[in-house]
Design a protein around this ligand. Structure first.
Ligand code: ADP
Ligand code: MG
Length: 461
C-alpha cells in the first residue's frame, strides 16, 4: 500500500544518507588528523581542543599505597579504592557505583558536589582491613571527571562546558577540584585530590599499566572521546618546559569533532537543534550511547507522521525525547527470534504500541542497524585518524610495530553489533596494517588509571 511505500522510502533515504563506505570514511579520518594538528598548534585552533593533561608519565607498575578514585562522567558515578603493592603484585580493589539523580544533573554545582562528596565519605567509612593507610597520612584521590576541562596543573582545572545532558549553572570557569575539595570539607571528609584526569586519560593509564603497547584510549559510553600519548615537542601551543619523558598525554575531546565529510541527516540536525548544547559535540551526537536511541526515535516519529507507520494516530509516547534508550535499541537490534518478539515487547512497553506486525518490526531492526553501523564506522574512522597522526597506520619497512588501543564505555562493552562493526571497519580501513593494531577492552581502566596517576603524584613521595 501507499503507507508502506512511503515508509520504505524514508528508510531508503536514511540508509543512503547514513552510508559510510570506506571511500567516505577516509576523508573523515584525514580531517581528524588535520584537526589534531590544528588543535595542537594553537589554543582555539580547532574544534578539537586537544587538551594538555599534565600527565607526562604513565604508570610504571612501581606505584604503592592506598588510593581512592572517583569517576564522574555520565549517568553513574563510581567510587573506588585500590591498594597498590608495586611491581608484580596484584592490585586489591573495591568499588561502588551510584546513579546520579537526574535533578542533580541540571541543578546547582554545590548540590552535585555535595552529593558526590557524601557518597565518597560513606564509601571511605567502609574501608576494611585489607587496605592500609600509614598513620598520620591523609587519604589521596584521583578524580576522573569526564567533561572538557582546561587543566591548570595535574590537580586543578576549570570546566570548559558541560556535555552529555549535564547543565549546571555556575560551574563553567570554576576549578572542579576546588569545588570537590570544598564539598569534601563540608561533609567532613579529609582527603586530598592528587590528580584530576579525564576518563580517557585514566583509561590510557590503566591500559598502559597492563600493556606497555597501549598508545591511545577511546571511550564509547554515554559520550565519546579519546586520549593518546603525544611527543611534547609536537605540541606548539605548549608554553611550559618540556617534560623529562618527552611525552604528554593529550585529551582530544573528539566528541566535538565536526567535518563536512560526516554523513549527517535531518534527524541529526533536529536532535542537535533541540539539545541542551546546540552546535556542540556533533560527532558525539552521531555515535555515542546517549544519542543513538534518540536518533532511532526521531526516524520512527517521521515514519509515524508521514507514513502513518503505526496507524492513523501517532503514538503519544513516541513524541517524548530520549524515551527510547540505546540499551533498548541494542536489545531490539540483537533480537534473533523469528517473530522479533523483543522488538514487539519494547514497542509495547516503551512506546505503548501494542500490535506491531512482523514487517514493521523488521523495518525497525533495519533502522537500528543503519544508525548503529554509521556510529561504529565513524568511530573506526576517528581511530584511524589518531593512528595516522601517530604514524602507526601503516607498515614500516618490515618492522613490526604493535599498537594497542584501550577501549572502554558501556556502548562498546554491551552493544555487540556496534563493537563488532567498529572493529571490522577498522580492519577494513587498515588493510594489512591491521595485523599490528589491537583493540583491547580496558575494563574499568579509568578508575584504576586515575588511582595510579594519583599514586605517582602523591604528596608523600
Ligand atoms: P558513562 O559513559 O556514563 O561514564 P558507561 O561507560 O557505563 O558510563 O556507559 C553508559 C552508556 O552505555 C549508557 O548511557 C548507554 O548509552 C550505553 N549502554 C549501556 N548498556 C548498553 C547496552 N546494553 N546496549 C547499548 N548501549 C548500552
Ligand atoms: Mg565513564
Amino acid at each position: 500500500s501507499d503507507r508502506w511505500a512511503k515508509a520504505e522510502a524514508i528508510l531508503k533515504e536514511l540508509d543512503e544518507e547514513c552510508g559510510a563506505p570506506a571511500a567516505k570514511l577516509r576523508p573523515v579520518a584525514d580531517a581528524m588528523t588535520v584537526e589534531m594538528h590544528a588543535g595542537l598548534a594553537s589554543e582555539g585552533g580547532s574544534k578539537l581542543k586537544m587538551l594538555i593533561s599534565y600527565v607526562d608519565n604513565l604508570p610504571t607498575g612501581d606505584e604503592k599505597g592506598l588510593f581512592y578514585a572517583l569517576d564522574l562522567g555520565g549517568t553513574n558515578f563510581r567510587v573506588m579504592r585500590v591498594q597498590l603493592g608495586g611491581k608484580g603484585s596484584k592490585i586489591k580493589q573495591e568499588s561502588e557505583e551510584v546513579s546520579i539523580p537526574p535533578h542533580l544533573m541540571i541543578g546547582s554545582s554545590q548540590e552535585l558536589f555535595d552529593f558526590i562528596a557524601g557518597a565518597l565519605a560513606k564509601f571511605v567509612s567502609t574501608e576494611g582491613e585489607d587496605f592500609h593507610l600509614p598513620p598520620g597520612r591523609q587519604r589521596e584521590l584521583g578524580f576522573t571527571f569526564s567533561f572538557p576541562v582546561k587543566q591548570l596543573s595535574l590537580a586543578s582545572g576549570t570546566l570548559i562546558k558541560w556535555t552529555k545532558g549535564f547543565h549546571i549553572e555556575g560551574t563553567v570557569g570554576q576549578d572542579v577540584v576546588g569545588e570537590l575539595t570544598k564539598a569534601m570539607e563540608r561533609v567532613g571528609l579529609d582527603m586530598r585530590v592528587a590528580a584530576l584526569v579525564n576518563d580517557t586519560v585514566g583509561t590510557l593509564a590503566g591500559g598502559r599499566y597492563n600493556n606497555p603497547d597501549v598508545v591511545a584510549a577511546v571511550i564509547l559510553g554515554t559520550g565519546t572521546n579519546a586520549a593518546y600519548v603525544e611527543r611534547a615537542n609536537a605540541i606548539p601551543k605548549w608554553q611550559g618546559l618540556l617534560p623529562k619523558s618527552g611525552e604528554m598525554v593529550i585529551n582530544m575531546e573528539w566528541g566535538n569533532f565536526r567535518s563536512s565529510h560526516l554523513p549527517l541527516t535531518e534527524y541529526d540536525q533536529s536532535l542537535d537543534a533541540e539539545s541542551l548544547n546546540p552546535g556542540e559535540q556533533i560527532f558525539e551526537k552521531t555515535i555515542s550511547g546517549m544519542y543513538l536511541g534518540e536518533i532511532v526515535r526521531r526516524v520512527l516519529c517521521r515514519m509515524a507522521e508521514e507514513a502513518s507507520f503505526f496507524g492513523d494516530n501517532i503514538p503519544p509516547k513516541l513524541k517524548i525525547p530520549f524515551i527510547l534508550r540505546t540499551p533498548d535499541m541494542s536489545a531490539m537490534h540483537h533480537d534473533t527470534s523469528s517473530d522479533l518478539k523483543v522488538v514487539g515487547s519494547k514497542l509495547k512497553d516503551i512506546l505503548e504500541i501494542p500490535n506491531s506486525s512482523l514487517k514493521m518490526r523488521k523495518m525497525i531492526v533495519e533502522i537500528c542497524d543503519i544508525v548503529a553501523s554509521r556510529g561504529a564506522r565513524l568511530s573506526a574512522a576517528a581511530i584511524l585518524g589518531v593512528l595516522k597522526k601517530l604514524g602507526r597506520d601503516g607498515i614500516k619497512d618490515g618492522e613490526k610495530q604493535r599498537s594497542v588501543i584501550a577501549l572502554d564505555g558501556g556502548l562498546f562493552e554491551h552493544y555487540m553489533k556496534f563493537r563488532n562493526c567498529m572493529v571490522s571497519t577498522l580492519e577494513e580501513l587498515l588493510g594489512e596494517a591491521a595485523d599490528n593494531i589491537v583493540i583491547e577492552h580496558s575494563n574499568d581502566g579509568s578508575g584504576i588509571g586515575a588511582a595510579l596517576i594519583a599514586a605517582s603524584h602523591s604528596q608523600y613521595l
